[in-house]
Design a protein around this ligand. Structure first.
Ligand code: GDP
Ligand code: MG
Length: 175
């Protein structure tokens, strides 16, 4: 519920990243507080809304998840056009997904909204024993590209609420 005198920020938020990195799982963890071990890859194209109340604003997210089109390493620009925020996800246990994340970042930077708030998310941090991407590598790439960085686990819920709160805070400040 919006507090009196509190501004309301409505924001389109998109998720990008290779198939299997955990985009749908992050959204479901955030919106429904649940995790499914064998998430059906093509479930989605889903559209979710979620409201976060901060001290200075109420942020209404319109969250766009893919229906697995990322399998072809491309998404229609209309997917991320108009997005106020973008989350680019990779899987810490797959170097390939980190390489691909950089391509997704470049694509949004070329074709997206110039003021887009971007997060680079290293998901599946519960798989630390199988880690192929070091935290510093993610952090450095994010810093060089004006993004903020977070390691998350949709499975254990680590940093998932923090991720969306951080985005909401940045959107509230920018609006
Ligand atoms: P998407 O294709 O990017 O939407 O990825 P999904 O959300 O469908 O997840 C792909 C697979 O990874 C599923 O089997 C999920 O259960 C699993 N997964 C997602 N997030 C995590 C996580 O944080 N840790 C672990 N161990 N598995 C995860
Ligand atoms: Mg998905």
């Amino acid at each position: 519920m919006a507090r009196p005198g509190n501004k309301i920020v409505q924001a389109k938020l998109v998720l990008l990243g290779d198939m299997g990195t955990g985009k749908t799982s992050l959204v479901l963890r955030f919106v429904k507080g649940q995790f499914v071990d064998h998430q059906e890859p093509t479930i989605g194209a889903a559209f979710f809304t979620q409201i976060l109340s901060l001290n200075e604003a109420t942020v209404k997210f319109d969250i766009w998840d893919t229906a697995g089109q990322e399998r072809y390493h491309s998404l229609a620009p209309m997917y991320y056009r108009g997005a106020a925020a973008a989350i680019v996800v990779y899987d810490i246990s797959s170097r390939d997904t980190f390489m691909r994340a950089k391509k997704w970042v470049q694509e949004v930077q070329r074709q997206g909204n110039p003021n887009v708030v971007m997060a680079l998310v290293a998901n599946k941090c519960d798989l630390d024993p199988r880690r192929e991407v070091q935290i510093e590598d993610g952090e450095q790439y994010a810093q060089e590209n004006g993004m903020f960085f977070m390691e998350t686990s949709a499975k254990t819920a680590e940093n998932v609420n923090e991720l969306f709160h951080e985005i909401a805070n940045k959107l509230a400040k920018a609006s």
